[in-house]
Design a protein. Structure first.
Length: 90
């Protein structure tokens, strides 16, 4: 079942986000298991929302790749996981 992940990066700059993105997704290419990625600037920092094929795919990426990139960019963020119950596409 698809899983959504929300990162609310309070205090995270767009430059920090770009640093992590360049490290984990060179050339802006999606990682295996990633269905959708969107990022934008909120009032308190970057907001990132992703949809993954499964909780396992997301967790594997976070554990094996993302955690180190976040640490190197000096970012501390706790993701929120939600089960996807509906999607719409044009």
């Amino acid at each position: 079942m698809a899983i959504g992940v929300l990162f609310q990066g309070n205090g995270v700059s767009q430059d920090q986000y770009q640093q992590v993105l360049d490290q984990v997704a060179p050339g802006n290419q999606p990682m295996p298991g990633l269905l959708y990625h969107a990022a934008g600037r909120g009032e308190d920092g970057m907001l990132i929302f992703e949809v993954w094929e499964s909780q396992e795919a997301a967790q594997q990426f976070f554990d094996q790749t993302l955690a180190q990139a976040l640490q190197e960019a000096n970012i501390t963020v706790q993701p929120t996981f939600v089960q996807i119950v509906n999607t719409m596409q044009p």
